[in-house]
Design a protein around this ligand. Structure first.
Ligand code: BGC
Length: 327
């Protein structure tokens, strides 16, 4: 009896200690924050956009190779104000480097300078705006890309052509450069006339609606050029809905899977290739070079060229297109 009483106290005490440890003990390794050498940020045009997801993939892969934490952030739907506000927040957060779509906007210039004063390098990817004072640009030569599309239209068509352009956003610098290049190329031919430009808001639905409306108002259209990544598939939908007497010649942009499938099916004639994954990878590597005090070139063009059905098998690009260059 003398032993029972202390045991009655001891056993619950031991149980409490054991389960208490199981419940509240957290391993040291879990509480320790992972240590990265740098924290870089990639500000996207639209978080869910397939094209930007590829830039993110390239950037994240390169970041993982170099012990860098890569944050991917931006608006749900393209919104310049929100992108600028995000840029401002990231500067305030004191990150180590920022990569973003270039914006032809006074506030962008001011923010790039603000970042620079705080020793935070800002680089542009996909779209440049050199005037901003950004450290470097990685992406397509957008003027050249538009020019190649114009040249292709001259080479692959005969007779009079009435062309419509579906533009992602008419205020976006890369879209303006592509359109400029396209116009300059077709200006050398007197059979080709640009008769309308309409915005898609970089959505497939927007491109489908714009195509439908354009074909209705201008039944004389013989060719359509879509100059952002989802415009090509949107054009296909718009043409399907409108059922014009003759299928227009369609030039798309980018090599996303659905666009390549539409090329194989003959619904899109050609597309202008861009390499977003490569852009993300290169941007991170160049940013790291800046951190390591290496000299970095101002412009890093990734490849571009015209893709047609001869380059695609089962929805995949099997033959890379000839790299585009000015004549
Ligand atoms: C452009 C990007 C744009 C995307 C929209 C691409 O062709 O390079 O700037 O955000 O299309 O889907």
């Amino acid at each position: 009896m003398r032993f029972i009483f202390p045991l009655l106290i001891l056993i619950p005490l031991l149980l409490m200690l054991y389960f208490g440890k199981e419940t509240f003990y957290i391993e040291d390794s879990l509480t320790e924050a992972p240590s990265y050498d740098y924290h870089f940020v990639l500000i996207t045009e639209e978080v869910g956009n397939q094209y930007w997801r590829l830039i993110e993939k390239g950037a994240k892969d390169a970041a993982a190779d170099h012990n860098i934490y890569l944050e991917y952030i931006g608006p749900k739907i393209s919104d310049t104000e929100e992108r600028l506000a995000t840029l401002d927040r990231m500067i305030a957060a004191g990150v180590d480097g920022i990569m973003t779509k270039g914006m032809n906007d006074e506030t962008f210039i001011q923010l790039v300078h603000k970042a620079s004063e705080q020793n935070i390098p800002v680089a542009t990817v996909d779209t440049d705006y050199e005037k901003s004072g950004r450290k470097f640009y990685v992406g397509t030569n957008n003027y050249l890309a538009g020019y190649l599309a114009g040249e292709n239209l001259i080479e692959n068509t005969s007779g009079e052509q009435k062309v419509a352009v579906i533009i992602g956003l008419s205020t976006a610098q890369n879209q303006m450069e592509r359109l400029e290049g396209f116009k300059d190329a077709i200006s050398s031919s007197d059979r080709i006339e640009l008769i309308a430009v309409s915005e898609s808001n970089i959505t497939e639905l927007g491109a489908a609606q714009a195509t439908y409306r354009l074909l209705k108002v201008h039944p004389e259209i013989t060719a359509i050029f879509g100059i952002s990544a989802l415009d090509g598939i949107g054009i296909v939908k718009g043409v399907e809905e409108m059922q014009p007497r003759q299928k227009p010649y369609v030039i798309a942009f980018d090599i996303l899977p659905e666009t390549l499938e539409a090329i194989e099916e003959g619904l899109i004639d050609v597309t202008v290739a861009q390499y977003p994954e490569e852009m993300g990878k290169l941007a991170v590597e160049q940013m790291l070079a800046i951190k390591n005090k290496q000299k970095v070139e101002s412009i890093h063009y990734t490849s571009t060229g015209i893709v047609d059905a001869s380059h695609v098998v089962h929805g995949e690009l099997i033959v890379p297109p000839k790299e585009g260059a000015f004549p």
